[in-house]
Design a protein around this ligand. Structure first.
Ligand code: GLA
Length: 394
């Protein structure tokens, strides 16, 4: 039988079940925004979120691309309402969640919210387990654009099953909502979740520590999270990103140099850029890091490739990220405790060797020659040099 004829016949005689899918076309580049957790933990309210939106606008972060404002854990009332629906805490969010969403939308932001696939969120608020459809409808009715979905209180549950249940509920609710899966890499979501979520956490939680031991057992220093994402490069791309967790840029615990490196490296990873600092109190130096258009362009490059570590020797790591139009980003990281005099022979960097490029140093904003000459710089302890190599045609 002719295949087209068969398809028409089947299509006419059987009503096909709704296709299980996520919303396509979202997060074509890694999502950018601000999330309440890293600085404010469970201490959030309507006034704080509005002040943050104002500060994100005034600082130039909104114009630089930070569009999602995400309320993390603890926005909820301790109990569902009499009909079993989720509700914002009436004391801390007296205007209600829809009004907050409207406020953010009027300012040109997108509205993000948090819940958990388990019976309760990590902070003990009502979770989404077996309430997926009703909750997805509620989020859609509030104008939610982004859902971070965590994995606490999920004893004996199957991650694939629970995240697919929420994906299907979101799709059925009809509002395009970016689905940010947060199961800490436990079930290796990069191997199965490309058609479930738009991004998935690959690791435990970040702490504002470069390379030491965090206080809480589930928290991790920046360097550990960076290295845990090596090997996951092929799983990232437009609409489906590895998430090495939100930014600690500007937070107490990291030096300015470490913040600049953390930001550079997350851009090399094509990571979602979710700021986690108190934007109201941001220093000019941190503002300059977080709004640097040349550096953000590395993260947001439309090709959507995650960079990889091509060499690591004696505390000098070289990361390379392929960009659109034949360009490459190169990040040289000094992981040692001393400043490092770097002399890089481009012939030893495989993706660059033998090609013609003009090199621009993105943090110093200076031209840095061509690959015909060695790249020379002194890089601070825990610092980076971040370079963009643009192809030269003649
Ligand atoms: C987990 C997540 C964090 C944060 C907290 C909230 O630890 O990984 O990012 O959302 O829960 O309780």
């Amino acid at each position: 039988m002719n295949r087209l004829f068969f398809a028409v016949l089947v299509g006419c005689s059987v009503s096909a079940p709704a296709l299980a899918q996520k919303f396509d076309g979202l997060a074509q580049t890694p999502p950018m925004g601000w999330n309440s957790w890293n600085t404010f933990n469970v201490h959030i309210d309507e006034k704080l979120i509005k002040e943050m939106a104002t500060a994100i606008e005034a600082s130039g972060m909104h114009a630089a691309g930070y569009e999602y404002i995400v309320l993390d854990d603890a926005w909820l009332s301790k109990e569902r309402d009499a009909d079993g629906n989720l509700q914002g805490d009436p004391k801390r969010f007296p205007s209600g969640m829809k009004a907050l969403g409207d406020y953010l939308h009027e300012k040109g932001f997108k509205f993000g919210i948090y819940n958990c696939a388990g019976t309760k969120t990590c902070a003990g608020y009502p979770g989404g387990y077996q309430h997926e459809e009703a909750d997805a409808k509620m989020y859609a009715s509030w104008g939610v654009d982004y859902l971070k979905y965590d994995w606490c209180n999920t004893e004996h549950m199957d991650a694939k099953e629970r995240y697919k249940a929420m994906r299907d509920a979101l799709h059925a609710a009809g509002r395009p909502i970016v689905f940010s899966m947060c199961e800490w890499g436990t079930s290796k979501p990069w191997t199965w979740a490309a058609d479930v979520g738009h991004l998935w956490r690959t690791t435990g939680d970040i702490a504002p520590i470069w390379d030491g031991t965090p206080q809480k057992q589930w928290e991790n220093p920046v360097m550990k999270l960076l290295h845990q994402n090596i090997g996951l490069e092929t799983y990232a791309g437009p609409g489906h990103w590895n998430d090495p967790d939100m930014l600690e840029v500007g937070n107490k615990g990291l030096t300015e140099t470490e913040s600049r490196s953390h930001f550079s490296l997350w851009c090399m990873l094509a990571a979602p850029l979710m700021a986690g600092n108190d934007v109201r109190k941001m220093t000019p130096e941190i503002r300059a890091i977080m709004t640097d258009q040349d550096v953000i362009a590395i993260d947001q490059d439309p090709l959507g490739k995650q960079g990889s570590c091509v060499s690591a020797e004696k505390g000098r790591e070289i990361w390379v990220k392929e960009l659109s139009d034949g360009a490459q980003a190169v990040c040289i990281l000094n992981t040692t405790e001393e400043p490092m005099a770097v002399k890089l022979d481009w012939k030893t960097v495989e993706p660059i060797a033998g090609k013609k490029y003009a090199i621009r140093d993105l943090w110093t904003k200076k031209d840095a020659g061509t690959p015909d000459a060695d790249f020379e710089a002194t890089i601070d302890s825990h610092g980076v040099a971040l370079l963009r190599l643009s192809p030269v045609t003649n």
